[in-house]
Design a protein around this ligand. Structure first.
Ligand code: SF4
Ligand code: SF4
Length: 342
């Protein structure tokens, strides 16, 4: 696969990078063996950029198990979701241990929210730990990820970040208004997350062709099997962009999804009552939405009845909603599902 320069990092990276969420057995991956096969297949293909995070459960551990013998083949980009100096340092130490390395190329601030910016960037805050780690040479570059484009735009201008990562796809287009051009003009590495909108976009080929009309450097895509890797990488190798007619048809195809759909990122977890919020609430809600209960296919009806006791266990604490970057109304949907299947 063709390599590109990742902005001011000067790293030469493949345009497609392996996303880290399905490298966890708990967050979308299957077994450690399958995850090792996926990582190995990507490296054998020549993919040289793998993304992970301290909060993707055992993703770093599974990655470290493969990379201990293939470290030179791969640029590691991990993340810390912590916001204080001590917590970020502690995360970094744990990442190094789990990844079985003494050095990480890119350490990213994970999913920063607008209300966290001031304290995080202030003297003595979490950002100081990133600066220190870079000075010490434990990390080479500092990246920023956020689901809030305003945060990325504001902080890109500080000159402190070497890469920015943002959700971007045919449905989520906020990045195209200012961020993409800004990153390019400041020579900041520009990294797309959620190219398939967390699985909501079914046409992988159209989803990847979409990016060929934009100044983005790297597209991260999590895959849970070698077969899925092969299918997706074939689509990512296509260099032509969508024609205006294809784009219009694609936009029409995804329009029914709206914007209130689950990206399966898992940030809402854990639920104190063990409800797997993405699958049990949102993905299922989307599967039965708008269909009267008497018209549901028998299998979905059975699933709904089976989920009822879990829905009834929801105590409405709202923790899942506080953590969801897309503000999905979990409690409201739980109530609707209870009413539908009771
Ligand atoms: S509101 Fe319900 S689903 Fe959400 S975290 Fe609380 S108990 Fe779990
Ligand atoms: S409910 Fe929100 S936080 Fe949870 S997986 Fe879906 S999009 Fe992500």
């Amino acid at each position: 696969m063709k390599k590109i320069r990742l902005g001011r990092t000067n790293l030469e990276v493949t345009r497609w990078g392996l996303g880290g969420i399905p490298l966890s057995t708990i967050m979308g991956g299957t077994t450690e063996e399958v995850i090792a096969e996926v990582i190995t297949a990507a490296l054998d293909y020549g993919i040289n950029y793998i993304d992970t995070s301290r909060v993707y459960m055992d993703s770093e551990t599974n990655l470290g198990a493969v990379l201990k013998d293939r470290r030179k083949d791969c640029i590691i980009a991990s993340k810390s979701y912590s916001r204080t100096y001590d917590e970020v340092r502690s995360d970094l130490d744990e990442s190094l241990t789990q990844l079985q390395t003494d050095h990480i190329e890119i350490l990213q601030v994970h999913a920063l929210y607008p209300h966290e910016v001031a304290a995080f960037m202030a003297r003595g805050g979490g950002m100081d730990a990133f600066r220190k780690a870079k000075q010490e040479g434990v990390i080479d570059f500092i990246g920023l990820t956020s689901h809030h484009i305003s945060v990325l735009v504001e902080l890109a201008k500080t000159g402190e970040f070497d890469t920015v990562m943002y959700p971007f796809n045919v449905i989520e287009r906020a990045a195209e208004h200012e961020l993409l051009a800004l990153a390019r003009s400041l020579d900041i590495g520009s990294i797309v997350m959620k190219p398939l909108a967390g699985g909501a976009i079914r046409s992988t080929q159209k989803a990847f062709k979409f990016f060929n009309a934009y100044p983005v450097d790297l597209i991260l895509n999590g895959v849970a099997s070698v077969a899925q890797f092969k299918e997706n990488i074939a689509c990512a190798e296509i260099e032509e962009a969508l024609s205006p007619e294809e784009l219009a048809a694609f936009e029409q195809e995804v329009a029914p999804l709206g914007t209130e759909f689950c990206r399966r990122c898992g940030y809402c977890m854990p639920c104190p009552n063990d409800i797997r919020v993405p699958d049990m609430v949102h993905i299922f809600y989307q599967a039965v939405q708008g269909i009267p209960v008497e018209e549901l296919p028998p299998d979905r009806l059975e699933v709904g009845k089976g989920l009822l006791m879990w829905m009834q266990a929801c105590e409405g604490c709202g923790k899942c909603e506080e953590r969801c970057p897309y503000n999905l109304p979990t409690r409201k949907r739980v109530q609707e599902l209870i009413e539908k299947f009771s």
